[in-house]
Design a protein around this ligand. Structure first.
Ligand code: AMP
Ligand code: MG
Length: 413
């Protein structure tokens, strides 16, 4: 048996960063930028007003107050997106809306609330300024966000909603990113039925393909569903062939010691098998190798084991292919509220419900921990890690918990 770390190292050594391709910006959420993005424009493009009000010459407001307003003549109104043709001459003002470019001659903005506009009730040819303003007040300068020619986003940045917004502000509709890996998913087992079929006695629905496909999607890959293969070499080989145009193959089931566990035999014949037992619980039977050059991960059939081994091995492989650097799932410290016994020297990943009380996290088990009890994964938001060299943990111990719904990017690096 090999350790979780050794297994992960092996898996990661079999995958590399994929190629870059141009993609519409909205499709790039969570992908890694593959080009340095420079701006060809200033943002904002022109000096403009941060407030609704009047564009004036600051000098013309000298001495203005509520008791002695400075009265200016209104020569125009401008809104965002239009440029006034007029120039603010001494004694005049231009009515202006947020975002509109500052007219020629003006050097500051007087907000509506610092004028007597309300009292004038629609008499729009003159305005009383009630406050002295300094030059530059409430003016957003051209290029204050982004200046033309500057580097705005660097290669290797993970694209979040903010980056998509920034790209849009630059007028970029597409950008180069590391492409998403296509991951073929095949369930194996004579007992499995498709979810859109009636369930004959003795059969079960194929849930692994769906939990695994959802995990592939969650981490940014593109699942390719290959359906269900029977526990025979011929059926398995025929199904696996459909996945040979992908970046990674994931099968579930057929890797333990039973009579019908043919995945490892097929792997040994058709490709190369690297290991098939990891010192962890659940998930001990795990196969890894290559078929016709494509990395293949053979997850255990048990629904919980397949999800947890996916998190530990397939997820980092997908992230690496996508060009990500931070492959570690966030781990926090929590106080465990009940004991966990570790009787066979494997690393236990126990399904837990983590809660924050005050400034401290607390974890309790979801209930029975059988690796076939998939609803326990649905109850859990974390996995308590009990090290392989520990006989267990007692209530009140501080333990490490891998947080299932926290993203890698949430970690501050
Ligand atoms: P195996 O690793 O093939 O021996 O399967 C271990 C257990 O997981 C068995 O009880 C299987 O019925 C179950 N199992 C295998 N594949 C799936 C699947 N795709 N969906 C749900 N359960 C499965
Ligand atoms: Mg099976």
């Amino acid at each position: 048996m090999i350790s979780v770390e050794q297994a992960l190292e092996k898996v990661l050594s079999y995958v590399g960063v994929l190629e870059a391709e141009p993609s519409p910006i909205l499709d790039c959420l969570g992908q890694v930028l593959a080009e340095d993005v420079y701006s060809t424009i200033d943002i904002p493009p022109l000096d403009n007003t941060a407030m609704d009000g009047y564009a004036v010459r600051a000098k013309d407001t000298k001495g203005a107050s509520k008791l002695s307003p400075q009265v200016l003549r209104i020569i125009d109104t401008v809104s965002a997106g239009t440029i006034s043709e007029y120039e603010v001459e001494p004694g005049t003002a231009i009515r202006i809306m947020t975002g509109a470019p500052i007219p020629k001659g003006a050097d500051s903005i007087v907000r509506f609330e610092d004028t007597d506009e309300v009292q004038r009730k629609g008499a729009v040819d003159k305005i009383g300024i009630l406050r002295e303003v300094k030059p530059g007040l409430d003016i957003r300068r051209a290029g204050e966000d982004v200046s033309r020619g500057s580097l705005v986003l660097s290669k290797e940045v993970v694209i979040r909603p903010s980056e998509i917004g920034v790209l849009a502000s630059l007028g970029r509709s597409t950008v180069k990113v590391i492409r998403r890996p296509v991951v073929a998913i095949l369930a194996t087992g004579n007992e499995l039925m498709d979810i859109n079929q009636p369930l004959p006695r003795g059969k079960i629905y194929n849930s692994n393909s769906y939990s695994v496909a959802a995990l592939v999607l969650r981490y940014g890959g593109i699942p390719k569903m290959l359906g269900i293969a029977l526990d025979s070499e011929s059926s398995l080989v025929a199904s696996l062939r459909q996945g040979l145009d992908t970046d990674m193959l994931i099968t579930s089931g057929g890797v333990s010691m039973g009579d019908y566990d043919v995945v490892k035999d097929v792997l040994a014949k058709e490709g190369e098998i690297t290991f098939w037992q990891v010192r962890m619980k659940p998930g001990k039977p795990l196969a890894f190798g290559k078929i016709r050059g494509i990395p293949h991960l053979g997850l255990p059939g048990n629904p919980v084991g397949s999800m947890i081994t996916f998190e530990l091995f397939a997820r980092p492989a997908i992230l690496k292919m996508m060009g990500k650097k931070n492959l570690a799932k966030p781990v926090i410290e929590a106080v465990i509220e009940e004991p966990i016994v570790n009787s066979d020297g494997r690393r236990i990943f126990a399904r837990t419900i983590v809660e924050k009380r005050g400034s401290q996290y607390f974890a309790r088990l979801t209930g029975p921990q059988g690796s076939g009890i998939l609803t326990s994964m649905s109850l859990a938001n974390g996995l308590v890690i009990v090290p392989e060299d520990k006989a267990g943990v007692k209530a009140g111990d501080v333990v490490q918990v891998m947080m299932l719904d926290w993203t890698e990017e949430a970690e501050v690096v």
